[in-house]
Design a protein around this ligand. Structure first.
Ligand code: HEM
Ligand code: HEM
Length: 201
């Protein structure tokens, strides 16, 4: 075992801050998803009281928005936004990556951290989650954000947009879960422990 860890030392893939952020984001997302579905369809997503769903939603929203704002700030401060935001190189590497993923090539391309699909998804989530939060905040404090509410064409439109955005978020998160669970044990482990064994998937 000792020899194995010498030959194959571990590599830090996710710092503690990123792991804490990830699990706050993920748990608040599940809370918001379920409580939001209860607000919309109480019969299909049961909870004892509507008040409980609203309390969960209003608590989750601060954790969710707080986590996103922290991540944007952290990315700019440390410069590690480069790991996420696609560069020109990401676009040029994308065809080879998709060919490999679609079993059209056996050559597996290597990336410093995230693959092009992960980069596209995480980058797409930034405006998507912020808009979800903004429409949610308009529903939360409509009197204070009445000007913004008018920009969207009234409270009912904001509510429908919030609902639609929540479904887009849920389906892309589902895609993320699928990729996370199928991209290898080491990467999955790294979001819990921080570490990935070198040279392993
Ligand atoms: C049980 C549920 C989840 C699991 C098992 C999971 C797993 C993972 C794994 C393994 C990674 C790292 C991928 C890698 O190192 O290549 C990751 C990263 C990430 N996940 Fe999740 N995830 C979950 C839920 C979520 C949810 C619900 C969201 C969003 C609402 C989310 C957003 C992210 C983001 C943004 C990153 C990139 C982290 C960064 O560097 O900023 N995850 N996830
Ligand atoms: C990011 C911060 C968020 C804020 C500030 C927010 C805020 C709100 C508010 C104030 C309501 C109205 C509650 C009521 O009328 O009792 C609502 C409803 C809802 N939210 Fe959110 N929310 C957020 C995120 C999310 C997320 C991440 C999801 C799901 C992925 C979600 C899904 C829903 C759904 C499905 C409804 C019910 C819409 C309807 O009336 O049919 N929300 N949200």
């Amino acid at each position: 075992m000792w020899l194995l860890s010498k030959v194959m030392p571990k590599k830090l893939r996710h710092t503690r801050e990123i792991r804490v952020y990830h699990w706050i984001l993920a748990s608040s997302f599940f809370l918001l998803f379920y409580s939001g579905q209860h607000i919309s369809h109480p019969r299909y997503f049961p909870l004892p009281r509507m008040g409980l769903a609203r309390l969960a939603h209003f608590t989750g929203q601060f954790a969710f928005l707080g986590a996103i704002i922290w991540r944007i700030h952290h990315g700019i401060k440390t410069g590690n936004y480069r790991e996420i935001i696609p560069s020109r190189k990401t676009f040029s590497q994308a065809p080879a990556f998709f060919r490999y993923e679609l079993f059209l090539s056996s050559k597996q391309p290597k990336f410093p951290k995230y693959n092009p699909l992960q980069k596209f998804l995480y980058t797409f989530w930034i405006p998507q989650f912020l808009l979800l939060g903004l429409t949610g905040l308009i529903l939360y404090i409509p009197q204070r954000l009445s000007r913004l509410e008018k920009v969207f064409g009234g409270l009912n439109r904001v509510r429908r947009l919030h609902y639609l955005l929540s479904l887009i978020a849920a389906s892309t998160v589902f895609g993320h879960l699928y990729l996370a669970l199928t991209s290898g044990k080491e990467k999955l482990k790294s979001i819990f422990t921080g570490y990935q064994a070198r040279g392993k998937k």
